[in-house]
Design a protein around this ligand. Structure first.
Ligand code: ASP
Ligand code: MG
Length: 412
């Protein structure tokens, strides 16, 4: 919601669903750019602001957009009422700036819905056990919306975004990428954690935990497109692994440029070493992603792992200050010119040879694989970052995602 006109458009879209007989709860995000603006103001005053006050500040963006939406709806003749997180209440823990939702009381919302009102609940915020306002972390209104949908046992949670759905890969890298009509929840979880930034990953986790059917669709379409049409647009994240989805071995190619590889050389190969290396890194709250350790011939080995590029420097500090003195490793080297490419698909579960097609494709393109990690439904490789887009395009083609009609947007 970037402008008065955009707010009016949201109101028109909501009014349309309401008129079609649906009970509607809307969870708005702040107006675009507003959260950054607010946090930027705080930063001008202090680089180390109290997190409680940051939440007090950032939560106002959603409060403003919620009230504006209620006003816009009322101006269009639709009864509407907005609530902040604490009024509902949306109860969270006390982890300021990254709080987790504990419970949502549906009484007030339900009473208003039963009275024919559209209810608006601020996204991104809640209240902790001591009555302090909290926020859920950047992008957290996605999670708010899913949580409200779960609390109300809604038929579906529609997430209106600036993209029109979930694609087989980023269309900016592969113009042939296709929008999927359906994607399984597990695949979406992998894609979200592997770098597709469409939904906050916690929103996807929440949807999984409470089995909330979630649809990603565009906020940029004509707000008055018929409900029946809008209902089937975008991408549905579903829990039914029907045959249509199983037809595709690989559903999508995810990639991330935010990687850094850390390698410890000459680590003594003995029990406890992985813990001695990764324990201090975890204690510093740094997430570790891929890990590789070689067998030793002379009693020492090399140990590599990846972290988010933002954590690169902090990780090196921990390694130099804590890990090397404690383990007697010879030295640490690191590489930030790396990227991760992943193939994701629930079809991988029941089919052999999927990973090998990935490796063959990369071999044919002359791309060296530095690290590999797998789960039941994904295989990831770490490669030199200058080959990232080439690899994504080649894999998209090799897995027939350019042309496979089994899950194509044109099917319906
Ligand atoms: N306004 C918050 C943010 O910008 C929450 C959200 O938009 O989802 O991160
Ligand atoms: Mg958002």
């Amino acid at each position: 919601m970037g402008s008065i006109e955009r707010i009016q458009n949201v109101a028109k879209r909501v009014a349309k669903w309401h008129a079609a007989g649906h009970q509607v709860v809307v969870v708005p995000s702040a107006m675009s750019g507003e959260t950054n603006r607010l946090l930027g103001l705080a930063k001008e005053l202090s680089t180390d602001a109290d997190r409680r006050e940051l939440d007090m500040l950032a939560s106002t963006g959603e409060q403003a957009s919620s009230a504006l939406l209620a006003i816009a709806l009322q101006a269009q003749g639709v009864p509407a009422r907005s609530y902040t997180g604490w009024q509902v209440p949306v109860k969270t823990d006390s982890a300021f700036t990254k709080a987790r939702i504990k419970s949502i009381d549906d009484k007030r919302i339900r009473a208003d819905l039963d009275n024919g009102k559209v209810v608006i609940v601020t996204g991104f915020q809640g209240i902790d056990p001591d009555g302090h306002i909290t926020t859920l972390g950047r992008g957290g209104s996605d999670t708010s919306a899913v949580a409200v949908a779960a609390a109300l046992k809604a038929d579906e949670c529609l997430t209106f975004t600036d993209v029109d759905g979930v694609y087989t890969t980023d269309p900016r890298v592969v113009p042939e990428a296709r929008r999927m009509n359906v994607v399984s929840f597990e695949e979406m979880l992998e894609m979200a954690s592997l770098g597709s930034k469409i939904l906050q990953i916690r929103a996807v986790e929440f949807a999984g935990k409470y089995k909330v059917p979630l649809r990603v669709l565009s906020s940029l379409t004509d707000p008055l497109i018929p409900v029946e049409e809008e209902k089937n647009s975008g991408t549905l994240i579903t829990f039914e692994e029907d045959s249509k989805m199983e037809a595709a071995l690989v559903s999508g190619i995810a990639f991330s440029r935010d990687e850094a590889k850390i390698t410890l050389l000459g680590v003594p190969d003995k029990p406890g070493v992985a813990f001695a290396i990764l324990g201090p890194v975890a204690d510093a709250n740094i997430d570790i992603d891929m890990i590789i350790q070689n067998q030793s011939v002379d009693g020492t080995t090399d140990f590599s792992f990846t972290v988010n590029r933002n954590d690169h420097k902090r990780t090196l500090d921990v390694i130099n200050q804590v890990v090397i003195p404690q383990t007697g490793a010879r030295e640490v080297i690191s590489d930030q010119k790396v990227g991760k490419v992943s193939i994701v698909g629930i079809g991988m579960r029941s089919h052999a040879g999927v990973a090998s097609l990935m490796f063959r494709t990369l071999a044919e393109e002359g791309v060296n694989i530095q690290m590999i990690s797998t789960s039941e439904i994904k295989t990831s490789v770490l490669i030199e970052d200058k080959y990232l887009e080439l690899a994504v395009r080649a894999l998209h083609k090799a897995f027939s995602l350019d042309s496979d009609p089994s899950n194509s947007a044109t099917e319906e």
